[in-house]
Design a protein around this ligand. Structure first.
Ligand code: PLP
Length: 485
């Protein structure tokens, strides 16, 4: 299978690309993204068999259905990265919390956020492809906190790859910042920016588009690529854990003709798109419920059909990974539902007027699969406190899901980060006092009857390797200086 472009002019013919090309150069010339034209499908009978597989086997089975141009051997190596997770044979931990209610914990990887689920195998594949082609890459990422550590970690010490990570100096949690500034690896560079996440993202986009920057890199035999979730290589691995959730429910007695709902804390919509693709492949998901924080653009979109950022400002919340207004992966959903020509029309409107509007029929089509709702910070803190009483520690991102739990329906809450990354909000919600971040973690862990992962405690004793915090106009020089070393 090849991938096709999500935007087409009237009469234009779609160009198709191999997955390997879409991985190495995710920004397409047509301005849109790459997406599958069709998805493979799995029958109900087959799902009964898949329920017997462990995660790795299921992952390989699903990936092979796509029949991409990358060798099975490379995919197998990529999936082996899950051996570094908490439980070597079970990278996600799927648990029953209550009658009808399950949680799919996706944060048991090395950097404690669900980003590891895709970035770990993705890093392996990208570096293999680069070395097969005898090419060297500079991978750039801009982060609001979780993508940064996960990208640095997956490429640490990879031959052929250098990574530059841009983060807003005051915009991440303390643990997230330490994960980035203490990350070891000769091939890694973390740079703090005086500004917010949007500024970091804007700097990234302008470098990705700069011919001057690319030609400077070329002099040092480097090609440029990016590791954000517009890269389809990440989406692929975000389908599998939703299908895995379905197979666990089957194992737990869900009948083959029964459906369930999935709730996803959403920002850039990559995780939720994975659930939509899982549904198309055959997992019996009824509603995909999109949870947002006070930046409720997706709630508005799925309830009114209007995507309007013209009158909005980004609000800083306790779930920073979801502080986003332009949710890039919605484009792949529009493409799948309404085709490339309509998608181009809508995306052009968003660019030109900062707003687009679906027809009533189009909205009804989306609402067959999606519902949406948002939670304020106060509401999230209330949910966190309630759940602490039940002995379950959930992070502020996952907490946005809880408003949408329908007790009468089998429901899977998708849990995207470990609470250790967000100690201040956890302290506030649980009424615990602490003198500093390290104390906070120990006190919280005691209360939850858990242990703080060793890799997190070690951060407080690790030397800072990347102290730089600079203004935006210095970024390019800083990167070039480092590359030439
Ligand atoms: C990235 C992230 C999200 C948002 O996921 P999208 O795929 O961008 O919608 C939610 N929660 C956490 C903890 C994250 O790191």
């Amino acid at each position: 299978m090849k991938l096709t472009q999500t935007r087409l002019q009237e009469k234009e013919k779609a160009q198709e690309v191999y997955l390997s090309d879409a991985l190495l150069s995710p920004s397409s010339a047509h301005g849109g993204l790459y997406a599958p034209q069709n998805l493979p499908t799995v029958s109900s009978e087959k799902f009964a068999e898949l329920a017997k597989l462990n995660y790795d086997e299921l992952a390989l089975y699903i990936i092979k259905l796509f029949d991409f141009d990358i060798k099975d051997e490379i995919f197998k190596q990529a999936i082996k990265r899950y051996k570094n997770f908490d439980k070597p044979n079970e990278p996600v931990e799927f648990k029953k919390l209550d009658e009808n209610l399950y949680i799919n914990e996706l944060y048991h990887g090395p950097t404690r956020a669900f980003k590891d689920m895709a970035l770990q195998p993705f890093g392996e594949i990208l570096s293999k492809l680069a070395s097969e082609k005898k090419e060297n890459y500079l991978i750039m990422c801009a982060t609001s906190g979780d993508t940064g550590p996960a990208t640095l970690k997956t490429f640490a010490n990879c031959a052929n790859i250098k990574v530059v990570c841009l983060y807003p100096a005051l915009g991440t949690s303390e643990v997230q910042r330490l994960q980035m500034v203490c990350m070891q690896g000769e091939n890694l560079k973390t740079i703090g920016i005086n500004g917010n996440f949007d500024d970091a993202q804007r700097a990234l986009k302008s470098l990705l588009a700069s011919e001057k920057f690319k030609s400077e890199l070329a002099k040092n035999e480097l090609k440029l690529s990016a590791a954000n979730s517009v890269n389809f290589g990440r989406i692929l691995f975000q389908i599998i854990y939703h299908i895995y959730a379905y197979t666990r429910l089957l194992k737990d007695g869900l009948k083959h003709d029964e459906s369930f709902d999935i709730i996803v804390p959403s920002g850039n919509f990559g995780n939720a798109l994975g659930a939509y693709y899982a549904k198309k492949i055959g997992a019996k998901i009824d509603k995909i419920k999109i949870a947002s924080n006070a930046n409720k653009i997706l709630t508005e979109f799925f309830t009114t059909g209007i995507y309007d950022i013209s009158n909005k400002k980004l609000i800083k919340t306790i779930s920073p990974a979801m502080d986003i207004l332009i949710s890039s992966n919605v484009e792949r959903l529009l493409f799948d539902k309404f085709g490339a020509k309509r998608t181009k029309e809508l995306m052009d409107e968003l660019n030109n007027k900062k707003c687009y509007k679906l027809t009533q029929n189009e909205l009804a089509e989306l609402q067959k699969d999606f519902q949406a709702e948002f939670c304020t910070d106060d509401e999230c803190e209330k949910y966190i406190a309630q759940w602490i009483k039940k002995g379950v520690a959930i992070d502020p991102h996952t907490a946005t899901c809880l408003k949408m739990v329908d007790k009468k329906r089998t429901t899977v809450v998708t849990s995207t980060a470990h609470w250790v990354k967000f100690a201040p909000s956890m302290l506030k919600a649980s009424n615990i006092k602490a003198n500093n971040e390290k104390d906070a973690l120990s006190n919280l862990a005691k209360k939850f009857g858990e242990k703080v992962p060793e890799s997190i405690m070690l951060l407080f004793e690790t030397p800072v390797l990347h102290p730089d915090v600079i203004d935006q106009d210095q970024i390019e020089n800083k990167i070039l200086e480092w590359i030439k070393k």
